[in-house]
Design a protein around this ligand. Sequence first.
Ligand SMILES: Cc1cc2nc3c(=O)[nH]c(=O)nc-3n(C[C@H](O)[C@H](O)[C@H](O)COP(=O)(O)OP(=O)(O)OC[C@H]3O[C@@H](n4cnc5c(N)ncnc54)[C@H](O)[C@@H]3O)c2cc1C
Ligand SMILES: NC(=O)c1ccc[n+]([C@@H]2O[C@H](COP(=O)([O-])OP(=O)(O)OC[C@H]3O[C@@H](n4cnc5c(N)ncnc54)[C@H](O)[C@@H]3O)[C@@H](O)[C@H]2O)c1
Length: 479
Amino acid sequence: MSTAPPASYDAIIIGSGQSGNPLASALTAAGHSTALIEATHIGGCCINDGCTPTKTLVASARVAYLARRAASYGITVPTVGVDMPAVRQRKRDIVSSWRSGSEGRLEKAGVKVVMGKARFTGEREIVVDLVGGGEERMVGKKVFVNVGERPVVPDLVGLSEVMEKSPDRVLDSTSVQELGVVPGKLLVLGGGYIGLEFGQLFRRLGAEVTVVQRADRLAVREDEDIAECLKGILEEDGIEVLVGSQATEIKMAGGEKLELTVKSKDGLEKKLEGTHVLLATGRRPNTDTLDLDKTSVKVNKRGYIEFNDDLTTSVEGIYVLGDVKGPPAFTHVSYDDFRILRDSLGLNPDGKIVTRTVKSRDGLVPYCMYTDPQLGHVGLHLHEVPAGTKVKVAKMPMSYVARALETDEPRGMMKAVVDAETGKIVGFTCLGIEGGELVSVVQLAMMGGLHYQQLADAVFAHPAIAECLNNLWGYLEDV
Ligand SMILES: Cc1cc2nc3c(=O)[nH]c(=O)nc-3n(C[C@H](O)[C@H](O)[C@H](O)COP(=O)(O)OP(=O)(O)OC[C@H]3O[C@@H](n4cnc5c(N)ncnc54)[C@H](O)[C@@H]3O)c2cc1C
Ligand SMILES: NC(=O)c1ccc[n+]([C@@H]2O[C@H](COP(=O)([O-])OP(=O)(O)OC[C@H]3O[C@@H](n4cnc5c(N)ncnc54)[C@H](O)[C@@H]3O)[C@@H](O)[C@H]2O)c1
């Protein structure tokens, strides 16, 4: 260990995630000496192996899908081929341009970036195991933890042997993006965001795909009707979907084949063969290597850091941001954590003091699963409406939407939940073309506290998808 005294900073940020970077720039701009420590890539999961690369791959897969359907638009496309190295290169190029953009912004802001893995040695004392070797010790008046999550490796008999013998066949959300060939048969464990986005995109790129989902339905947060509709769409795309199914064992089955044993809820066993398996059964927080036991920072039993409404923790001067707080784990939530701290720490360049908190944004955090069609949602699902609250529900198939028909993409449905007394919208889901964008329109109406009738009477451009918000309310029913 180095004997030099630790470098002293006003602020140390551990993790260059979606909140760590803007916070580092804002602190530096406000005159606070700031160090940002990053173990791997500047920009964190979102731009390196999360949102940006997946949505880039989803876009390539959608082109393949549309090209195969070209005849239904009266267009002739002789053959549809997939050049996987080119698909991957497009993804790599976009990632590298975003990453270098982030690096450039930090440099321009004058942030001191330290590449290495940080761990605590005391309450606000840190040692960094530097990427190039050696270590750097530092102490901060304030420490911000933005270390994110990583994929879970599920407990599955035979998995470690297969990973040892054939590591290229066992994929997670990061390694699957680096494939240079389309898998022959992809077995996906997990029917959440990652399993479904990758499952569908690789199906479109030409793989056979089976999704094995332990829960009784896909996308467990959704109401059952939406989850069923999504399952139907994926099955129509040629994906085998097994819900209520637990993978019990995996082994090599001769040659390059894997054999996965799956047990359904009613006890039936099924053997699935595949060339690759994608582990998409959730993510776990990167707190296990932070040596938090050297501090009094409290973590819950799943390893997430416990936090207060203003993102303080159980230790004065230590703050937490992003996925490491626990769900919901989204880029827009992590970025908003930055805004909460920017305002509470007086870093807003406009000098504005806004008391924003985690609670004040609760209830209006949207999300969008980038299947095609997209599954967007904001507010409460019907199954989350508190007992005793009287609501009405409107459901409408996307095939009633002019724009969806004109573009020949009428799959899916939308669903709105409205407070029966006030007429205000309490939740909205769109599983349909540009569902994520439509949800943003409804989110604004919810932010403004509009009565649904104001959307029913709003003049939207024809034939924008949002025009369907004139008609949806005609289907409102008591529940
Ligand atoms: C495949 C995939 C697709 C996704 N798609 C979407 C999407 O479409 N929309 C969406 O909103 N969200 C999406 N997400 C989630 C989104 O990426 C995260 O919610 C987002 O990146 C926020 O993360 P964060 O700010 O908490 O930290 P992260 O972005 O996870 O960054 C944490 C950083 O900390 C670093 N780190 C960890 N430990 C240490 C340490 N000890 N010392 C130093 N550095 C450390 C890590 O290397 C990492 O760079 C996706 C995630 C995945 C995996
Ligand atoms: N578009 C987006 O916003 C987006 C995209 C990707 C990831 N993300 C974020 O990343 C997080 C992690 O994604 P994820 O898909 O890994 O997790 P998830 O929690 O969304 O889904 C995991 C699914 O795996 C199932 N499962 C768990 N163990 C299993 C097992 N042994 N066998 C079969 N199924 C099993 C669970 O029932 C669950 O439905 C998401 O919750 C989300 O916050 C967001």
